[in-house]
Design a protein around this ligand. Structure first.
Ligand code: DP6
Length: 362
């Protein structure tokens, strides 16, 4: 498929007003997207687990303008409070997607949104937030084109979400999503996320993700600024190649359920992401001392018990502790007794692998 396939022909129908709603989850990358080209095209392929509990719930009300003008007209509310500082990001999304959704300037929109995770948790809401909004926009487009298939709906929702925030394109469906073209994954594309098309061993069903909130402050480096650091990065070419290689290496691991090999691969990916940031110009250390304490404790506990506890990181200090469901009771006990002390105000979130966004009926 190409971008052109997402530009609609004339709509057979129109609507005056209404309201649609979606809840959409966050996701955590196992193989990281870090570096992008123009138009939100990733420099390398990535793969993520979709989450279940960390999500954004968004409703979008629309009413046809009496006379179409040249402005996007919308208001945004977070937890029932007007949020004008969200407007520039949404305006950018609208500008980028207008050609694919030509009705945008014909309506006045009210966006009401809330997250299930605390606002100041250091968890990025852009993946869940942008995917929820993209899905709402698709629900409106579907009213104009009732013949639209579910397959096309999801692809275009992912395509639009990507234009808001790259990783958001991996939040439409679950449980494992690949985004970015790579020869080892059939159907993979830079334009939108696809469901991982090969066998996944039962060891990875209901995989657990306990998010340790080490630092709940504002991100030191925004992800857009972070991606830009890869533009002139001395190791960029090797890193982008490595991501292709790692996705290929993950395939037999996902099929056989080899948890030890899985752990090696994803921990190395997490540390490589941080190594890229440390070796950028300007350079950043996004881990905090407590992040390192946690990683060392995880390694020691794994060595002592043989349990399959592991971690991944996003572009910040928080730690995602990953483990299989059937080892959850022992590992959760360890997390509570040994790791939570390193979290800011003792805060952590228990999540697990999930199956994608849900339409809110009525
Ligand atoms: C480190 O998707 O937040 O979490 O496209 O600029 O919105 P933008 O970036 P974003 O980047 C996510 C980076 C990451 C790795 C990943 O999720 O793959």
């Amino acid at each position: 498929m190409s971008e052109q396939d997402f530009i609609p022909k004339e709509y057979p129908k129109t609507v005056e007003s209404g309201k649609v709603g979606w809840e959409s989850p966050s996701n955590i990358a196992l193989i990281k997207y870090w570096g992008k080209k123009k138009h939100q095209i990733p420099e390398n392929p990535s793969i993520s687990f979709t989450l279940t509990h960390c999500k954004t719930i968004t409703s979008l009300s629309y009413i046809k303008k009496k006379k179409e003008d040249s402005e996007f007209s919308f208001e945004v509310y977070l937890d029932n409070e007007k949020k004008d500082d969200f407007k520039p990001k949404i305006n950018t999304l609208f500008k980028r997607v207008e050609i694919y959704l030509p009705f945008l300037k014909a309506y006045e929109f009210t966006i009401e949104t809330k997250n299930t995770f605390p606002h100041s948790s250091g968890i990025a809401s852009s993946a869940s937030g942008m995917s929820a909004l993209a899905l709402c926009l698709m629900s409106i487009e579907r009213l104009f084109q009732p013949e639209m298939s579910d397959g096309f709906f999801n692809k275009k929702a992912s395509f639009l979400a990507r234009l808001g925030s790259g990783s958001a394109c991996r939040s439409i469906e679950g449980d494992l999503i690949v985004w970015g073209h790579t020869d080892s994954v059939k159907g993979s594309t830079d334009l939108f996320g696809i469901k991982y098309p090969y066998k996944i061993h039962d060891n990875f069903k209901d995989y657990q993700d306990t998010i340790l909130l080490v630092d709940k402050g504002e991100k030191q480096v925004s992800s857009t600024a972070g991606h830009n650091l890869m533009l002139n990065h001395p190791f960029a070419k090797e890193r982008f190649q490595q991501a292709h290689y790692n996705i290929k290496a993950l395939k037999p691991i996902l099929e056989s359920g080899d948890l030890s090999a899985f752990i090696k691969l994803i921990e190395s990916e997490a540390l490589t992401l941080h190594a890229m940031m440390m070796s950028s110009m300007p350079y950043f250390i996004l881990m905090k001392p407590n992040t390192l304490e946690i990683l060392n404790k995880i390694w020691l506990f794994r060595q002592q018990t043989g349990l399959h506890i592991s971690f991944t990181l996003d572009a910040g200090a928080n730690v995602h502790v990953l483990y299989p469901k059937n080892q959850a009771s022992q590992i959760l006990e360890f997390i509570k007794s040994e790791l939570v002390a390193y979290c800011q105000n003792g805060h952590y979130i228990c999540d697990q692998i999930g199956y994608g966004a849900q339409l809110i009926k009525n």
